[in-house]
Ligand binder design. Structure first.
Ligand SMILES: NC(=O)c1ccc[n+]([C@@H]2O[C@H](COP(=O)([O-])OP(=O)(O)OC[C@H]3O[C@@H](n4cnc5c(N)ncnc54)[C@H](OP(=O)(O)O)[C@@H]3O)[C@@H](O)[C@H]2O)c1
Length: 118
């Protein structure tokens, strides 16, 4: 692991020492988790697949030397947010990225129109 830059140290002081990132096992949120870990912030990774989360956690620890924690949960289940909160309550979390699951993909105005039409 290379030494963090001064800017990264400031970022970690401001937003660390832990970040909670949901949807972190794949796609753009995995890239986001990598960017956060690269700035020296420990990461809690949440999504459904325990195997994929542990693989990402190992990857981020090896690449950036940060501590990691994994919470495998399905946010389609109403009790999931409370369970997640209980599991991370002992950690000092300064940054939260809530990005699990998909939003409807369409032109921005179309999404707004269909949301307001409900
Ligand atoms: N604003 C924009 O321009 C833009 C562009 C692209 C994407 N997005 C949004 O950004 C988010 C991530 O997109 P992506 O392309 O990276 O998606 P992705 O590759 O499908 O990844 C989704 C992540 O969410 C997890 N997940 C899915 N359903 C879940 C559930 N019920 N409970 C817990 N975790 C769940 C997945 O892991 P598991 O399958 O293991 O649960 C995975 O880690 C989505 O909300 C998407 O709509 C926004």
């Amino acid at each position: 692991m290379s030494s963090p830059s001064i800017a990264d140290t400031r970022f970690a002081r401001r937003y660390g020492p832990w970040a909670l990132i949901t949807g972190a096992s794949d796609g753009i949120v995995k890239a986001c988790a990598d960017a956060v870990a690269a700035r020296g912030i420990n990461v809690v990774l949440a999504a459904r697949s325990s195997d994929r989360l542990h693989a990402v956690a190992d990857e981020l620890h090896a690449a950036h030397g940060v501590d990691t924690a994994v919470v495998a949960t399905d946010f389609g289940v109403p009790s999931a947010p409370a369970m997640l909160a209980a599991q991370v309550s002992h950690l000092d979390i300064g940054l939260v990225v809530l990005a699990a699951a998909s939003e409807p993909a369409a032109r921005f105005v179309t999404c707004l129109w269909s949301a307001n039409a409900r």
